[in-house]
Design a protein around this ligand. Structure first.
Ligand code: DP6
Length: 349
């Protein structure tokens, strides 16, 4: 027999960035972060997990290619979920798995991203969140989303924020074992549904410096990171929570853009410096800054993760249409700097 289940998990985009770990093995961050989860039908991971007495070892396929599960991140997630497994009964298939059997049974994992892996579009976030969620369903794990987020965190830090929709905060926590380093929902997806997210895919190539090694080098060498984590982010997180609560786009946009720019400044302050943005990314920043200024109030916020692709958050549909027109005008298909594509992160326009 085979028993299986499928889960679909969207990616999330940080508006207050996570960059830097205080514990590498447990993936504990040096500051809180806040993100918005994208619409599940757009950028997402779909993962099917199956169990059968015929499976001889745990195996995983990512985008149809087999990958190794021997790394600590996968092993930690599998171990944590297995240790919380419960009895499972499927009456239709006449299958009974007792709690204690899960230690001996093996799983097959088939995971598929509908967007480029490692192009700085937070694919590991959706990936590990989906893996943990699917395994938890299969093994009848009773823990709530916040507790599952602490397991997904051990796969990839940003993954803990993808267990919820809407606006999500990852509390850095204080405990040494990481038990209080988990995600909570600040507001659900209906709270601020005027916002439209557009991702301008500047390049779908694999990034040169992974987030994991990049942030390790930053922690080792950047003094600016310490200032950011201690003095800047705690105040910014409070201001961002307030902006989200009040649907205050002007403050939201200011904080989002400032935090993205400071994250990239911290990357530049790393030795050797890390460059994630390219000329096209810089041109998009200028375009948005000039437009926002000419309108008197912000129309669009921009944020860039560990890659050149820009995530643009428009205040409403009208601003989103206008933004797309501007992007097409400034980056026409026959020019040297062509954007790969536009991806709607949220609500079609
Ligand atoms: C720039 O979660 O990919 O996207 O924890 O090492 O797997 P690991 O790193 P990861 O880092 C994401 C960094 C970021 C900012 C963010 O999502 O908060």
């Amino acid at each position: 027999w085979v028993l299986m289940t499928t889960a679909q998990t969207p990616t999330n985009i940080a508006v207050i960035k996570y960059w830097g770990k205080r514990d590498e093995a447990l993936i504990l961050p040096v500051n809180d972060s806040i993100s918005v989860t994208l619409d599940p039908s757009h950028l997402c991971t779909i993962t099917t997990v199956a169990v059968s007495p015929d499976f001889e070892k745990d195996r995983m396929w990512l985008n149809r290619k087999e990958i190794s599960l021997s790394g600590a991140r996968y092993q930690n997630c599998l171990r944590e979920i297995r240790s919380r497994a419960n009895d499972v009964e499927d009456e239709e298939k006449k299958i009974k798995i007792a709690k204690k059997d899960w230690e001996k049974l093996h799983v097959y994992i088939d995971s598929y991203n509908n967007f480029p892996t490692a192009a700085g579009l937070a694919s590991s976030a959706a990936g590990f969140a989906c893996l943990v969620f699917a395994l938890a369903n299969l093994m009848n794990v009773k823990e709530d989303h916040s507790q599952l987020s602490a397991i997904a965190r051990q796969g990839s830090g940003s993954a803990c924020r993808s267990l919820y929709g809407g606006f999500v905060k990852w509390n850095m926590g204080k405990e040494k074992d990481g038990s209080d380093s988990l995600a909570i929902q600040l507001a659900d997806e209906k709270h601020w549904d005027d916002l439209v997210i557009i991702i301008a895919v500047v390049s779908s190539r694999q990034k040169e410096t992974s987030s994991t090694s990049g942030m390790r080098e930053t922690v080792e060498t950047s003094l600016l990171l310490q200032h950011r984590a201690k003095e800047i982010v705690p105040k910014r997180v409070l201001a961002m929570e307030e902006a989200i609560k009040n649907r205050d786009f002007a403050s939201f946009a200011q904080l989002t853009c400032n935090d993205s720019n400071q994250f990239h400044a911290v990357c530049l302050d790393t030795s050797p410096p890390i460059f994630y943005m390219n000329d096209t990314s810089h041109r998009i920043i200028s375009l948005v800054e000039k437009w926002n200024r000419s309108e008197g109030e912000p129309q669009v916020a921009y944020t860039f993760d560990a890659g050149p692709n820009s995530v643009l958050i428009a205040r409403n549909r009208k601003a989103a249409v206008s933004l797309l027109q501007r992007l097409l005008f400034y980056f026409p298909p026959n020019a040297e700097t062509v954007l790969d594509s536009y991806v709607l992160g949220d609500k079609s326009i």
